[in-house]
Design a binder for this molecule. Structure first.
Ligand SMILES: C[C@H](O)[C@H](O)[C@H]1CNC2=NC(N)=NC(=O)C2=N1
Length: 89
């Protein structure tokens, strides 16, 4: 868990996990992002906790076996960032 390579300043390291909140202008946009993350998670075999709120999606990642943050988590976080960037376009 030392030297976690976070994908940008929006991600925070909390005990044994990394977290980021993504903001959207509507519930529908947030819902679509949450769905895309879920599809990506199935493809990658690594599954973030996703909280869908009005105009907000909170993503948390940890590796259960290690009970800490690993490159699986930071790698998935990077892919989620890419997904978010693509949705902004
Ligand atoms: C066997 C399978 O790869 C594991 O159970 C995976 C599935 N998805 C997972 N997702 C996350 N976020 N952490 C894990 O440790 C994890 N483990």
């Amino acid at each position: 868990m030392r030297n976690v390579d976070l994908p940008g300043r929006d991600w925070v390291l909390v005990p044994e996990r990394i977290r980021r909140e993504f903001r959207f202008s509507s519930y529908e946009k947030a819902r679509e992002f949450a769905t895309r993350i879920a599809e990506l998670a199935q493809k990658e075999g690594h599954h973030p906790d996703i909280t869908l709120s009005y105009g907000r999606v909170t993503v948390e990642l940890t590796t259960h076996d290690e009970m800490s943050v690993t490159e699986k988590d930071t790698g998935m976080a990077r892919k989620i960032e890419e997904l978010f960037r693509n949705m902004q376009q």
